[in-house]
Write a protein that binds this ligand. Structure first.
Ligand SMILES: Nc1nc2c(ncn2[C@@H]2O[C@H](COP(=O)(O)OP(=O)(O)OP(=O)(O)O)[C@@H](O)[C@H]2O)c(=O)[nH]1
Ligand SMILES: [Mg+2]
Length: 631
């Protein structure tokens, strides 16, 4: 039996001013999308309007389509763009009496730049004639665009002609449309903010990339507020969960309306942060009116407006090699934004001129982190594997957790790609990081070189301190060092505390310093319980080298920075202290010093060490034994 499903889609209108978009939405849904008093007065759409269409497909599936009605007037293109991001289908309107007009063209280009793949064309006001002529004109205008084969349906809200056919055409298009992907990276680009009495602040937008649920903790960018969703609605219905492709209203009572604006983004923390430098692939449509300024090449350094999500941000364009972008061409560029946006790899955007009169280009975000290397080499967007490879080739390595978090791939897809690429030895995955093979080989070789050189130059040392390795390799990220050490230790290396060495390495003093060692041992043996200070023993660099060796090897015990003694002296002193206290009861430093023929300089740090080791305990100015020991 066929299981009935409910699918959600977003349709947005598009088309020249006064061509009947809002009237058509009302005829389709019963809702008048023009809600502002000024819109009613001027009989024009100024800002976005909303309605819903609930239909059943021939096989019984239910489709819920949120409709965003956009303004057609050239002064409000900015609002139009905010409404058509992340839509599934365009309801493109051309009036039979007017035919193809300037904003028909501009809206078509905007939809193309934003990557909208499907459209249904409504030839409105069909009661006013010229259907054949305008149909031909539309077909001609749509040649070589993604909408070249889109259905054209003549309609009239006056006579009711074509409305039912339009509904059926919309259904059959949506029935063939895949629902938006849920990659657990929800983003709600806010297109409206308002306050309701008794409820507080509400924001609305079209949800993409993942679900949101009631009570969930969200973050608002670019302001960085972290807050909880009090409640969620979609088209007036209270919901527990909203999914991608749904018009969404969320109640954020902890924020005031003036703390949020159109273009802000509701998302989850942990997916990265907004940025102000984007590397993009910029495209300029081929079919621009050659007499107009829109057709002029886009020059290096131009000031423009970038429309991304529901936001609009002033920006400057920088091309590679100071180039410019001509109509019909595409080029990699860097966009320096006046304020940060929360963009993902693969996001689409529209570019308008600085006077905001014309749409002049559009593009795809290649690298939201603005890495200069991406500007040079570009970014492969074909699939998750090539994106992982290219990202690692560019960056060298990345933390597995955060790699491509700002992309339209899910964490599961990214981690699967990492495993596959690691298995086919195209990248290296080790502990917390993933790395480019060449980068990893080079880093490993450098590390091995440093360790071997250290073994040779200072054979008396246990190995290389990890902090030295870190600075020698100029590593700033602790997880990179940890993964590198883990990798080395799977082979011929061993980590001992804060030191790494070859497994075969046995610390030895170089022959030429062995006389120095002999002298030091003698110095420490002469008065074993009251040896000379470290400073006086370490009068030369060689002597310092020897003392460090003896300490690292455990032949010499370091009691304080200036107090060292032979290990056997230390052990004997310990036994004598225990013996003395066992026999005579708790003793002062002075009593112990006299009993052991030592000095206060040695005795104080010695007893502190024994306290730390749990042998003795301080009681006033005396020492007692911690417990009876079997020594
Ligand atoms: N004769 C006729 N007039 C229509 C039809 N559809 C809309 N109109 C009229 O056209 C005018 C504009 O209609 P709207 O629906 O407001 O146009 P719009 O495209 O939404 O305009 P903007 O949102 O401002 O771009 C109104 O006066 C409508 O009554 C139609 O099918 N036939
Ligand atoms: Mg309208």
């Amino acid at each position: 039996m066929h299981k009935v499903t409910m699918r959600h889609f977003i349709i947005a209108t598009a088309g020249h001013v006064d061509h009947g978009k809002s009237a058509l939405v009302k005829a389709l849904t019963g809702t008048d999308p023009d809600r502002l008093p000024e819109e009613k007065k001027r009989q024009i759409t100024i800002d976005l309007g909303f309605a819903a269409l609930n239909v059943t497909t021939p096989n019984g599936d239910k489709i819920h389509a949120g409709i965003v009605d956009v303004p057609g007037h050239e002064d409000f293109v900015r609002n139009m763009i905010a409404g058509v991001g992340s839509i599934d289908l365009a309801l493109f309107v051309v009036a039979a009496d007017d035919g193809w007009m300037p904003q028909s063209e501009e809206h078509l280009q905007i939809l193309n730049y934003l990557g909208v793949q499907r459209a249904v064309i409504a030839l409105t006001k069909s009661d006013l004639g010229r259907i054949d002529v305008v149909t031909n004109q539309i077909r001609e205008q749509l040649t070589d665009t993604p909408f070249a084969n889109s259905p054209i349906v003549p309609t009239s809200v006056r006579t009711g002609t074509g409305i039912e056919k339009l509904v059926n055409t919309l259904i059959s298009q949506l029935a063939r449309t895949a629902p938006q992907r849920d990659v657990r990276k929800p983003r709600l680009f806010i297109d409206r903010v308002f306050t309701l009495r008794g409820i507080g602040t509400v924001v609305t937008g079209t949800l993409t990339g993942g679900s949101l649920r009631r009570g969930q903790q969200i973050v608002l960018y670019p302001t960085n507020f972290e807050i909880r969703i009090r409640s969620i609605q979609s088209h007036g219905h209270e919901l527990e969960v909203v999914r991608p492709g749904m018009r969404t209203a969320i109640n954020l009572p902890d924020l005031r309306v003036d703390q949020i604006k159109r273009g802000d983004v509701v998302t989850l923390s942990g997916l990265g942060t907004p940025t102000s430098t984007l590397i993009v692939l910029l495209k300029k449509a081929p079919r621009l009116n050659r007499d107009k300024s829109v057709a002029y090449p886009l020059r290096n350094g131009s000031s423009i407006y970038v429309h991304h999500g529901a936001s609009r941000v002033a920006a400057r364009i920088m091309f590679r090699e100071n180039g410019s972008l001509e109509a019909g061409k595409e080029k990699i560029a860097c966009l320096k934004l006046a304020s940060p946006v929360f963009a993902f790899i693969g996001d689409r955007f529209v570019v308008r001129d600085s006077s905001e009169r014309h749409t002049i280009a559009g593009g795809i975000v290649l690298d939201p982190e603005g890495d200069k290397e991406s500007l040079r080499s570009g970014v492969a967007l074909e699939n998750v594997d090539s994106l992982v490879r290219a990202t690692l080739a560019r960056q060298g390595f990345a933390a597995r957790e955060s790699l491509l978090s700002k992309s339209q791939f899910s964490a599961g897809e990214i981690s699967e790609a990492l495993t596959n690429l690691d298995q086919s030895e195209e990248i290296v995955v080790c502990k917390h990081i993933a790395a480019d093979c060449r980068f990893w080989r080079k880093l490993r070789a450098q590390a091995i070189g440093l360790i071997d050189a250290a073994h040779k130059e200072t054979p008396e040392r246990a190995g290389v301190e990890l902090v030295e390795l870190c600075s020698g390799l100029q590593i700033q990220e602790p997880e990179l060092l940890e993964s590198l050490v883990a990798d080395l230790c799977e082979g011929d290396f061993i980590g001992k505390g804060s030191v790494i060495a070859r497994t075969s390495h046995r610390p030895t003093l170089p022959v030429h310093v062995q006389p120095v060692e002999k002298r030091i041992r003698e110095a420490l043996t002469e008065q074993p319980f009251d040896p000379p200070s470290r400073k006086s023993i370490e009068s030369t660099p060689q002597a310092r080298q020897v003392v460090r060796f003896l300490v690292e090897n455990g032949d010499v015990t370091e009691l304080a920075s200036d107090v060292v003694l032979l290990r056997e002296s230390f052990e004997r002193m310990k036994s004598k202290v225990v013996e003395f206290i066992s026999k005579n009861g708790p003793a002062t430093v002075s009593e112990l010093r006299q009993a052991l023929l030592s000095s206060r300089r040695i005795m104080v740090p010695l007893l502190e060490r024994l306290d730390r080791d749990g042998v003795t305990r301080r009681l006033g100015d005396k020492r007692m034994l911690c417990r009876i020991r079997n020594l």
